[in-house]
Structures are given as C-alpha cells and as structure tokens.
Design a protein around this ligand. Structure first.
Ligand code: CA
Length: 229
C-alpha cells in the first residue's frame, strides 16, 4: 500500500484528500503544519508527500529543503494559481512536481501515481546501473555520450548534450528554466529563457518523431521542462 503524507492546514481540503486517497487504496497520514510534517517524514518514511506551500508555521519550501536533506521521497507541491515564484522555488529546492489549486482529484491522483512510479521507473534504474536510457524513440548512453535514434547515431552539440543529460537523469521531474540555465550556461544567463527554447527545439528535431508535439521532451509553460520516460 502506498503511504501518503498530506501536509495541509485547510481541514476541508485535508478531509477531501483523506476520503479520496483512502478510496483509491492509499494509506494517508496528515500533518497540519511544517514542523509536524518534518517529524512525520522522518519517523514514518512515507512513499510520497503532498505538500501545501502555505503553512501556518513555516514556508513550505523549508519543508522541501528539510526532507531533501535526508531523503529522495517524491514531493508533490500544492500551490495557489498566482504563486508561480513559490512553485519555482519549491522545485529548485527539490520538489518533484506541483498541482495548482483548485485542482481536480483526478489530476492530483495522476500526478501522485506518476511520482511514485518514477521511484521505480525502469529508465531511471537503468540509467543508474548501466548509464543507458532507452525509450521507444531513442537511446542514450550517458557514459559513452552516444545517442541513437532509429538505428542511426545522432550528433549533439556540447550544449544540447548537457541539457539532455540533466533531463534524462531526472526522469519525469519538472526541471525549472532557471536551474537549466544556471547549470548549462551559468549565472550570467539565468534569465535567457530564449536560449532554452532554441536548444530544446534543436533537441526535439533530433530526437522526437514529431518535434512540434514532443512525446519525451515536454515543456511546462512558464516553468520548465521534463523528460517523460
Ligand atoms: Ca495553506
């Protein structure tokens, strides 16, 4: 049974989450604030955390940092529609994904399943064990730095390679624009989102069957990019 820790201070939302998650076979624990969230995350080792960013005692981002200090439990962030900056800060601190309030239960459940599945994602395991990421569309040898698609070798520029490597080593995770720009181009270029658009378009032309409707290298508008294994 998948154990979910729900961190949320709105009792009505907690109740709705509890009823819906239990009905789908999840085991639910609840924390109404950040300090009990950190305590329960350590004591009970849940499989996934659903975390509201607006908590009474501390900023939800601090909870992300506290959990990430010792574990890789998937963290799904709940955030208000206007709070894009908060979502980005949470993702940069190590949250895996986000859902914007108000959300549908179906959307939340889909994100939860994706987050827990990624824990055992075959692509991720293969990448860690052998350094090779294989999809139905292409394969990437992260150690030998070789990419093949449809039986042919694909040539990537060093910048394209760097971007692809970051995305592939975090399968399913939303990586923010800022993080990609910082890691690939450095602090001077942290606002140059146009670089990302250009290089992601190039990568898609090389790797995707239909570059204008990418299957693997997905854009989250205004937020960042993710590799969907
Ligand atoms: Ca709240």
């Amino acid at each position: 049974m998948t154990r979910v820790l729900v961190v949320e201070d709105d009792p009505r939302l907690v109740r709705a989450l509890r009823i819906n998650l239990r009905a789908r076979g999840f085991d639910v624990e609840e924390a109404p604030d950040g300090s009990s969230a950190l305590r329960l995350a350590a004591a009970r080792a849940p499989d996934v955390i659903v975390l509201d960013l607006g908590l009474p005692d501390m900023d939800g981002v601090e909870v992300v940092k506290g959990v990430r200090g010792r574990s890789r439990i998937p963290i799904l962030v709940l955030s208000a529609r206007h709070a894009t900056e908060d979502k980005i800060r949470a993702l940069d601190a190590g949250a895996d994904d986000y859902v914007t309030k108000p959300f549908s239960m179906d959307e939340l459940l889909a994100r939860l399943r994706a987050a827990t599945r990624r824990q055992e994602a075959p692509g991720a395991v293969r990448a860690e064990e052998s350094g090779v990421v294989t999809t139905d569309g292409f394969s990437v040898d992260l150690v030998a730095k070789k990419v093949r698609r449809g039986g042919r070798a694909v040539r990537l520029t060093p910048t394209e390679w760097h971007l692809l490597e970051i995305l592939l080593t975090h399968p399913g995770r939303l990586i923010t624009q800022t993080r990609l720009l910082l890691e690939v181009w450095g602090p001077t270029y942290r606002a140059n989102t146009n670089y990302l658009r250009v290089y992601m378009a190039q990568l898609r032309r090389k790797l995707e069957a239909d570059p204008s409707h990418p299957r693997y290298l997905v854009t989250e508008p205004g937020m960042g990019y993710r590799f969907e294994p």
